[in-house]
Ligand binder design. Sequence first.
Ligand SMILES: Nc1nc2c(ncn2[C@@H]2O[C@H](COP(=O)(O)OP(=O)(O)O)[C@@H](O)[C@H]2O)c(=O)[nH]1
Ligand SMILES: [Mg+2]
Length: 211
Amino acid sequence: MKNKPSLLIIGNSNVGKSSITRLLVPNPKKFKGKAGKQPGSTLMIKSIGFPQMPYKIVDLPGFGYMNSSSRRREEHIKKQLVIHIEKHHDNYFFSLVVLNALRIEDELKKYYLENDTTIPLSFELIKFLREFEIPILVILNKIDKISVFDKKKINSLLINSAKDYGLNLVQTSGEYVSDYKEIPYLEFSAIKKTNIEKLKRIINISLQKEG
Ligand SMILES: Nc1nc2c(ncn2[C@@H]2O[C@H](COP(=O)(O)OP(=O)(O)O)[C@@H](O)[C@H]2O)c(=O)[nH]1
Ligand SMILES: [Mg+2]
């Protein structure tokens, strides 16, 4: 079990990482006890594995997952996250960068629309993972909460602002192409299980490529 490849699920607090993990494991009830908040300022890295699963799942916080009152702690976590990826990137066959569709506009407004000197943290994270050649799928989670009208707005805001940072985000139809020119993203709902079959297929294709 130790040398099974790992799937990285990364994103800010509350975006739905644990919910997505539960959809991917064969026995979510067993995993429930393992999940939980991470106390203190140490990045606790837990990998979740089951004998019948061909890969392990590692759930990590994103860049900047706390409010500004805990900037120091945020920086501390970020540093540890960077160290972890630098050390263990070879273990990861694939990464899911999970975004909360309800928060996209806020995040981009904070970093992009009002201040063009800083990079939105999610884009920084994507660039960082790419440096280590970990294939990425961006998951736009909680899509069940978005109206058709807002969905269009959010999609184009995401794509256009990513472009300004040199990232070519493309909505995937479920056929994952990891040519490193495009970064695929998938609209998703962990609650409604929207696109869960596509997600599973993309993960499996990547796993086969790895092995
Ligand atoms: N509406 C909606 N809520 C979701 C979805 N995914 C997760 N949630 C909710 O968001 C909250 C945080 O989810 P969790 O998986 O714990 O996020 P984590 O902190 O990233 O692990 C929980 O209340 C979930 O029920 C989704 O696709 N749609
Ligand atoms: Mg969680």
